[in-house]
Write a protein that binds this ligand. Structure first.
Ligand code: ATR
Length: 282
């Protein structure tokens, strides 16, 4: 790494931040494109978020990613929000444009790119989404924009699903319960887990194996640790195409890279770095 007086700085604000894969993924990308940029981890405690964000402009930091626990709390300190960030209510990328800070959320579009590269089209499809948190809002919006025929959203807390319906209109709200999930799965094409259920070893499965019928073309889990959740393993064993959260993580990062640098992200280089960190292969 050749940091010198003209190196441009980007990074991630998080707390904790030690486990982030983003510095590795972005720094190999800068190197591959021969860009004099560096991506740094910034450990920003919650009560230090405001001064940290206020320091971006005077320090001429070109932009940052936001991770837990800052994605929502950062909004009052920004000058503008993209339409996605506004809709989702969280920001994962800040871009410094002159003396303004613009907030974006690349999660939904990152998800769509992951689907596209795995040759899954959502046009005219029936999709079951488990969960109605921030990630689900971003993904649901993109699915409607890309022409999905019908969206069924099931969440433990009904209020969040109803909020999503108020904003998107065209979705069908379900309880996260056996009977409703089973009947929707009979005719669904794609299943997407956006809940955090599956991250822990002893997490239960939200759907049972025999509910995945022949209509199911793909099962997607936005969890990337572990790279293969119980849900994905179950689908793979039934010969259903599976996509994990690493590809979404890759593409949301690539979109941040493109927002900052204006250059096309070197996807394969970034993928290799990310997969190496999680010791998995495509
Ligand atoms: P993200 O930004 O990743 O979407 P989030 O907004 O905290 O994170 O959303 C987490 C999602 O996981 C929500 O849909 C949440 O359901 P609730 O809205 O009912 O909280 C879901 N979730 C988390 N733990 C869960 C559990 N044990 N069972 C079912 N759903 C769960």
């Amino acid at each position: 790494m050749n940091i010198d007086g003209s190196t441009k700085i980007v990074g991630v604000f998080g707390w904790p931040v030690e486990h982030t894969a983003s510095p590795r993924m972005h720094n190999v990308a800068f190197e591959a494109l021969d860009l004099n940029w560096v991506y740094l981890p910034f450990e920003v405690k919650p009560d230090m978020l405001e001064p940290a964000v206020k320091a971006i402009i005077p320090l001429n930091i070109r932009g940052v990613n936001l991770t837990i626990p800052h994605k929502k709390d950062v909004i009052p300190f920004l000058d503008e929000l993209s339409s996605e960030a506004q809709f989702i209510g969280t920001v994962n990328t800040i871009v410094k444009k002159g003396n303004k800070l613009i907030g974006y959320n690349t999660d939904g579009q990152g998800f769509m790119r992951a689907l596209e590269e795995n040759k899954i089209s959502v046009l005219g499809k029936k999709v079951l989404i488990l969960g109605a948190g921030g990630a689900s809002f971003g993904i649901s919006r993109e699915l409607i924009l890309k022409g999905a025929d019908k969206l069924f959203v099931a969440n433990r807390t009904l209020k969040r699903t109803e909020d999503l319906k108020k904003m998107l209109g065209e979705i069908e709200v379900l309880p996260l319960e056996k009977d409703s999930l089973k009947s929707v799965l009979k005719g669904a094409d794609i299943v997407i887990n956006t809940t955090s259920v599956g991250m822990k070893k002893d997490d239960r499965l939200l759907i049972s194996e025999n509910w995945l019928g022949p209509s199911i073309e793909a099962v997607v889990d936005i969890i990337y640790s572990p790279p293969e959740t119980k849900l994905l393993r179950m689908a793979r064993k039934k010969n259903i195409k599976t996509i994990n959260g690493l590809d979404m993580l890759l593409h949301q990062g690539a979109l941040s890279f493109e927002l900052w640098t204006g250059k096309k992200a070197p996807i394969e280089v970034m993928r290799k770095a990310l997969y190496k960190k999680f010791k998995t292969r495509k």
